[in-house]
Design a protein around this ligand. Structure first.
Ligand code: PXP
Length: 257
């Protein structure tokens, strides 16, 4: 295990806007609208640092043409979420996005449930991580806040992990505080292990603050809540408000709402 010296956490917390559910609404009618590419452009205008899109095996939201359009037109980095399959590795290598986040994927799930078993799947993941890295793609692994999984990410040669915040968002009260503690400890361990720490899944204005305040966390990826909020206030205002809440928490101002 390579252990690097703790570095001072960056104060700028990047926001990756996940546009999957713009595609969900489009696909409900089977046409071209609403256009995820337009959402990506608006997100960039609203201050997103990157766009995240998950090309699922069943293409239930993002489809191959969306990835082509994003790669052709995006002016900010694309984080390509993908299952650890030969098909997805081939697509990633064809497009060479800025980043690829490897996520567990089950056909029957509604959304990504739980983190990747990086420890248990070492032999399956190792060649994939290497091929993506060799192509210059920044690889991250979407994992639970579990020291065993962080150490496995190091063993796999992944430079980045994204901590799954789904459970933290679902819990309340003391149980939520305990889960936040696990996220904080995992983020601190990332720094000791030389891993860049990201976080995401299920975040909203109500719960993003404490995660944004974790100094080692460098990037949050947020989608479903923003697309839902856009129905009421518009996509750009929703993203700007998320940015404001994140920045206030980062600056120590708590969850300013
Ligand atoms: N990060 C990862 C790895 C994900 O799989 C997802 C959901 O696609 C997100 C972040 C965003 O989650 P949400 O849409 O709940 O904000």
């Amino acid at each position: 295990m390579s252990v690097s010296k703790p570095s001072r956490a960056s104060s700028h917390l990047r926001l990756g806007v996940n546009i999957d559910h713009v595609a969900t609404v489009r696909n409900a009618r089977g046409g071209r609208l609403p256009d995820p590419l337009r959402a990506a452009r608006l997100a960039a205008a609203a201050g997103a640092d990157g766009i995240t899109a998950h090309l699922r095996e069943d293409r239930r939201h993002i489809v191959d043409a969306d990835i082509e359009g994003l790669m052709r037109e995006l002016t900010i980095p694309l984080n390509f979420e993908m299952a650890a399959t030969a098909e997805m590795v081939a697509i990633a290598l064809r497009h060479c996005p800025h980043a690829a986040c490897i996520v567990p994927e089950k056909r029957e799930e509604r959304t990504t449930e739980g983190g990747l078993d990086a420890a248990g799947q070492h032999n399956h993941l190792r060649p994939m991580v290497s091929r993506l890295r060799d192509a210059g793609i920044r690889v991250s692994l979407f994992i639970e806040a579990d020291p065993r999984q962080l150490e496995a990410a190091v063993a796999l040669g992944a430079p980045v992990v994204e901590l799954h915040t789904g459970r933290y968002c679902e819990l309340e009260g003391e149980a939520q505080r305990a889960e936040l503690g696990r996220l904080q400890k995992a983020a601190a361990l990332c720094t000791r292990l030389g891993l860049e720490c990201h976080a995401g899944h299920g975040l909203s204005y109500a719960d993003v603050g404490p995660v944004a305040a974790i100094p080692e966390v460098r990037e949050l990826n947020i989608g479903h809540f923003l697309v839902g909020e856009a129905i009421f206030v518009g996509f750009e205002p929703a993203i700007r408000e998320m940015r404001r809440v994140m920045d206030a928490a980062r600056a120590g101002g708590g969850v300013a709402k």
